[in-house]
Design a protein around this ligand. Structure first.
Ligand SMILES: NC(=O)C1=CN([C@@H]2O[C@H](COP(=O)(O)OP(=O)(O)OC[C@H]3O[C@@H](n4cnc5c(N)ncnc54)[C@H](O)[C@@H]3O)[C@@H](O)[C@H]2O)C=CC1
Ligand SMILES: CC(=O)C(C)=O
Length: 259
């Protein structure tokens, strides 16, 4: 174990954007804790990183359980002695109309995207304050945290909430030299968009892939986003270069929304 190396925890990093962030931060020199509710994908991704020479371990955790997230931080510190960067990346999607959304579905998406992000901020901040070294907390927001989309009403509401956590936590934690920022991707071709497309085409009577295609037409840079496009920006947020930035939820969407 090299105690000079900084340690980053990434939730929901068994696949998709979280996995790309883990790979990028590993290349940047971080020791990486892969965490996911899916134990198999967490283990697989952690092994892939180690095969690339990146120090890593996997911890299975469901972000909607405060206890499991506290345990994730405990295990990290037990193994590596410190926590420097905590990334609340895990999130789930939901496609439904406002008139049709059920109480159970709203509860479920808020438990993961909203409560889960809060538990991550809390557990990370407690540890970072104890260390007295400062730190960086980074959250997954979305273009849907800047404007709500039809059929993504509940999802958009959760991402607006992530933006609110980011601003409030940034103000409260600044005196402990802990910064809190969010990345707001656009249309990234992960399994999340496969599910969103499937849900939307059913609602709108389209062919498979057409909802993804229609959304993608709004991207000024003319291509859909790769997980690595997001990871490149998160690399900056996790680095010293972002030390003077806090409370921001930054669009990284190839030019869909401006502001
Ligand atoms: N794909 C996209 O176009 C965009 C995604 N985002 C956000 O980026 C983040 C990552 O998204 P993707 O990689 O696309 O999704 P994904 O569905 O491909 O991967 C999400 C990962 O999170 C894990 N996960 C789900 N629920 C969890 C829980 N309760 N506890 C721990 N892990 C859990 C899954 O097992 C999976 O490994 C999400 O917060 C999402 O809302 C934001 C904007 C656009
Ligand atoms: C998945 C997501 O955040 C959008 C709006 O595409």
């Amino acid at each position: 174990m090299n105690m000079d190396k900084k340690v980053a925890v990434i939730t929901g990093s068994g696949q998709g954007i979280g996995k790309a962030i883990a790979e990028r931060l590993g290349k940047d020199g971080f020791t990486i804790v892969i965490s996911d509710v899916n134990e198999e994908s967490a283990n697989r991704t952690s092994i892939e990183l180690m095969e690339k020479g990146i120090e890593s371990m996997a911890v299975q955790a469901n972000v909607s359980s405060k206890k499991e997230i506290e345990n994730l931080v405990e295990q990290t510190v037990e193994q590596y002695g410190q926590l420097d960067v905590f990334i609340n990346n895990a999130g789930i999607d939901q496609v439904d109309s406002i008139l049709n959304i059920s109480e159970e579905d709203v509860q479920k998406i808020f438990e993961v995207n909203v409560f889960g992000t809060l538990y991550g901020i809390q557990a990370a901040a407690v540890q970072m304050k104890k260390q007295g070294t400062g730190g960086k907390i980074i959250n997954a927001c979305s273009i849907a945290g800047h404007r709500a989309y039809s059929l993504l009403g509940a999802y958009s509401a959760t991402k607006f909430a992530v933006k609110a956590w980011t601003q409030a936590a940034a103000e409260e934690l600044a005196s402990s030299k802990i910064t809190v920022n969010s990345y707001c991707p656009g249309i990234v071709g992960t399994s999340m968009w496969d599910r969103i497309d499937a849900g939307m085409v059913e609602y709108m009577n389209l062919e498979k892939g057409q909802a993804f295609e229609q959304f993608s037409k709004s991207i000024a840079l003319g291509r859909t986003q790769e997980p690595e496009d997001v990871a490149n920006f998160v690399s900056f947020l996790a680095s010293k270069d972002s030390d003077y930035m806090t409370g921001q939820s930054v669009l990284i969407d190839g030019g869909i929304l401006y502001g």
